[in-house]
Design a protein around this ligand. Sequence first.
Ligand code: NAD
Length: 460
Amino acid sequence: MRIAMIGTGYVGLVSGACLADFGHQVICVDKDANKIASLAAGKMPIFEPGLGELVASNVKAGRLAFTEDLAGSVRDAEAVFIAVGTPSRRGDGHADLTHVFSAAREIAAALSGFTVVITKSTVPVGAGDEVERLMREANAKADVVVVSNPEFLREGAAIRDFKFPDRIVVGTLDERGRKVLADIYRPLTLNQAPLIFTARRTAELIKYAANAFLATKITFINEIADLAEQLGADVQEVARGIGLDRRIGTKFLHAGPGFGGSCFPKDTRALMKIALDNDVQLRIIETVLSVNDNRKRAMARKVAQAAGGRMRGKAVAILGLTFKPDTDDMREAPSIPLITGLLDLGAIVRAHDPAGMEMACREMPDIEYFDDPYLCARGADALVIVTEWAQFRALDMMRLKREMARPVIVDLRNIYHPADMAELGFVYESVGRRRASRLRIVDDSDVGSELAAPRSLSTV
Ligand SMILES: NC(=O)c1ccc[n+]([C@@H]2O[C@H](COP(=O)([O-])OP(=O)(O)OC[C@H]3O[C@@H](n4cnc5c(N)ncnc54)[C@H](O)[C@@H]3O)[C@@H](O)[C@H]2O)c1
């Protein structure tokens, strides 16, 4: 199958490389000349485990190429995927479809012969109808079928998710369209991945409903974490206790600083707007969004509390900036409102992230960045673990303690045990678990006197 992938971002690049790996002939198109130049030079524009190798081997095999030439790529393609961004529209939270519609017009003008155009971008219900209308307006003679095929991959595990999906959703009632999609995904269906055929609008809604449900699950356990803190219960044990019930499931029950990332915030906002436009109120989703926004802001206060209250002039080391591990994506990362909140309180912020510092620097140029977590911790009055990168799960705590001015750790991902941290002499705050020590920073002078002697440490 000859495939053109329009938009070579996280989704387009991973999907294009995986489809090429299935044996299809794929050309990835982007209007960002720098991105294409860097890909052509073998340099990945994003951090995604295994992507560089996958791209290189498929380029070498002659199945994958990169270009800025949309028209030339579409002309020869049997299937054209639209995988451009659909960010939140400034001001109202609707999905901004500017890129989708402009890609649709450009594709329409270049079509020749029967072509299936597949929307992989996350788009509001009914957007496929509009894409089809625009294409027919731009090229009345085009023999085209517009199909919805939402993508469910997760950054950080994107290749595995694409190659071993829980399901593939294909939205079209057109038989020719269904056949082309079945051919594209045959390597996966041979592997037993369920291919769900449905109507286009239903497929579009499936994507939003899935993200909204997952965002709700996260928010639910975050609220239970707040309650657990007050009650002296342990949210991780609660999560396990409920998650082993197969009707609930253990995934997405990790309490933390609130969800962020390129999808959940914008997609839940967009779903709420779609509903309002259709006179339906999604009160659960509205609540999820506002609880999550408040939570992200509250994290700075949590850090301040652990550090003794006053933050003016105090140095805070942040470990982890990206919205999750194994990506460099900073979109709506919880670290951003946390850092902004700390700066507002007068703190001096130092930060380290294994892959996200270049992106973070663009968002937050006014903080100091360090290539090494221990240098980042040097002289800090508090250290906050914001993203659960694997390398933060086995930090040398004694070294960290020697580097820090005060041994205060706020672990927003619950990757350490409160009892272990107390034994090591840390003031240790986590999420939804009671502090295990009698240590408490009351004001600037009484930290050292309350420290217990360090013994051992194990990590979860
Ligand atoms: N990132 C994820 O984990 C994820 C997962 C599932 C679905 N999605 C959805 O997939 C879509 C793409 O997301 P992303 O994270 O890959 O976005 P992205 O911003 O990383 O990439 C989009 C790319 O499209 C390019 N582009 C825009 N208009 C173009 C045009 N007319 N012609 C050619 N290229 C064009 C941009 O230059 C950019 O490189 C979004 O709708 C998103 O909601 C994302």
